[in-house]
Write a protein that binds this ligand. Sequence first.
Ligand SMILES: Cc1ncc(COP(=O)(O)O)c(C=O)c1O
Length: 410
Amino acid sequence: MTTREDCVGLDSVDSLGALRDEFVLRDSQVYLDGNSLGPLTRSAAARVRRVVEHEWAEGLVISWGGAGWMGAPTRLGERLAPLLGARAGEVVVADTLTISLAKLIGGALALRPERHVLLTDAANFHSDVYISRAMARRAGREVRVATIDRNRLEEYLDDEVALVVLTHVDFRTGEMLDLAGVTEKVHAAGALMLWDFAHSIGAVPLDVTGAHVDFAAGCTYKYLNAGPGAPGFLYVRSSWQGVIENPLPGWLGHARPFDFDLEYVPAPGMQAFVTSSPPIVALAALDGALEVWDRVTIDQVRAKSLVLTDLFIDLLGERLPGVFEVVTPTEHARRGSQVSLRFHHAYGLVQALIERGVIGDFRDPDIARFGFAPLYLRYVDVFDAVEHFVQVVTGEEYLAPRFAVRHAVT
Ligand SMILES: Cc1ncc(COP(=O)(O)O)c(C=O)c1O
């Protein structure tokens, strides 16, 4: 059985260990919710301060040009591209994820006008389903949204399918889908593929180029630590640029916004997917948060993530055998960077752990979710977290009435 000393030993030789100091975290806390909201980095705080106190306070409106604010969406897109396996000029940071999906769904449906079906996963994040339906209703022809069992995708792929919208790492179970394999099947049916990378970016290596992905979007407030409500990103393969149209055009996607021309002429490249004025303060937080990525590779992060999640699963199995159903796949190739446990008192369990400083979250009806972000999580944190699990379960703390009160955010 792995001991606490073993974990201290693993931390002492961890090549990512020094990065924890870049994050503002209390030593007594075990933060296992970076798959929901990543913690603050010192570099994000410093970058925001600089933008607010110098570029905004002193530079005023001149900073739109002088401090390079106008170019921030594409500049940050370039910084994210390596994490996606994208090429230069294929990524932009503009809106939050649901809005980014709206743009890509609307644009993609128009590329297959003779087809009338959008396939998505019945287990997909609800926002993806809402926005798929909303954009299908506005497609200018009848488009049916089918919410299917993703494991039976092949049965539904025919020449009526225009677009498939899937989340690469399931938000509830942490299962990771086969990016290249699924994309290939979708293409073989003549349909287009749009991936949601909310739980993938910064968590697992991605290769959109090698997988021939058409479109993708994701958020930056989870494993990229850009802060609450931070803008997300959009990826459009270069061969679709200039072909796909942004269905939500605005002045900053125009080729010449300061001509004030009423005829919309899209800017070249990914700038066409920008609609409004970029949220500069939020983008500064993203810019700062990405600094830590200059010191690591996603392969290093992935390797540690798999050891952390294996350790958590193994320790729970040893110390609390048969108590939880691990719903996250144990095969590495099918696992994201979270572990989800099914438990009949999952809400109370999560609340009791939070009171003890082990922060995870709950997904209805019976899933306790724990994210493992290798940039700041130590092996010893996993050991200590499991120790708290043992106490919460053996003492039946999860049954305490104060842990039955449902908060608005679970
Ligand atoms: C898989 C997935 N898709 C979409 C969203 C919605 O993102 P946003 O609130 O940025 O629109 C989330 C949010 O957590 C998510 O987990």
